[in-house]
Design a protein around this ligand. Structure first.
Ligand code: HEC
Length: 208
């Protein structure tokens, strides 16, 4: 019995040392590093209201890890749009000014760096405001009757339109020709104009 176990032990040691020598680090196959390629974000665009923030998904990218990321935007977002260097996730901060930004990404690893032009698009939408968006509609469709000194409130004046926003929305959404419909005896405002005035309320009834 004892004799057999000694033989087994010897065999085991022999096999073990043979295994260890086959793992000699000097004989490792060299690691091939591959430059970053095929970067993409899904979705590759984000659209937010001015004053809110957003983050992208992490990008898909090929190449040897670790890969680090940096970005530039056109136009320059003044540091309001940033990237996480290790994940590639793009953050749009709430200080980003309204506009459309094309984001180009540089992905780098030990093999080099690859630029991906316009890999992501950020759209920051300014809130609807009275001066630019609502006043022109009032002036075109309501002013003939709603003027200063007339019998009806002048909705071309911001404070008047602001305090009557709910009445205005109610009247312009009624069926054309029905009681109380505005513009009185006129044609219903376009869906786009009605949507603009409703969105003006959603966005907080801003003057400009
Ligand atoms: C042809 C003249 C005329 C036009 C154009 C017109 N209105 Fe009026 N509007 C009136 C008259 C008259 C009244 C008062 C009778 C009533 O309340 O229905 C009135 C009343 C209103 C009222 C109720 C509160 C108030 O001011 O008396 C609102 C709100 C209103 N209009 C909004 C509008 C809006 C918004 C437009 C443009 C999209 C518009 N109106 C276009 C004549 C007009």
């Amino acid at each position: 019995m004892r004799k057999y176990s000694l033989i087994s032990l010897t065999l085991l040691l022999f096999a073990g040392s043979a295994f260890l020598s086959s793992c000699n680090p000097d004989e490792e196959t060299p690691v091939v590093t591959v430059k970053p390629s095929d970067l993409s974000y899904t979705p590759n665009t984000v659209s937010i209201k001015e004053g809110s923030s957003a983050t992208s998904s992490a990008p898909e990218v090929q190449g040897t890890a670790p890969i680090s990321f940096s970005i530039t935007t056109a136009p320059d977002a003044g540091g309001a749009i940033t990237v996480d260097a290790s994940t590639g996730v793009i953050t749009v901060s709430e200080t980003t000014a309204a506009g459309t930004y094309k984001v180009s990404v540089d992905a780098s690893n030990s093999a080099g760096s690859t630029s991906f032009t316009d890999a992501f698009t950020v759209e920051v939408i300014a809130p609807i405001n009275f001066t630019d968006d609502v006043a022109p509609i009032v002036s075109a469709s309501c002013s003939p009757c709603h003027v200063d000194g007339g019998a009806n409130t002048n909705y071309g004046v911001f404070a008047n339109a602001e305090s009557n926003a709910n009445f205005i929305i109610d009247r312009i959404k009624r069926d054309e020709g029905s009681a109380g419909f505005m513009p009185l005896n006129g044609t219903k405002l376009s869906d786009a104009d009605i949507a603009t005035i409703e969105q003006w309320k959603e966005d907080g009834l801003k003057e400009n």
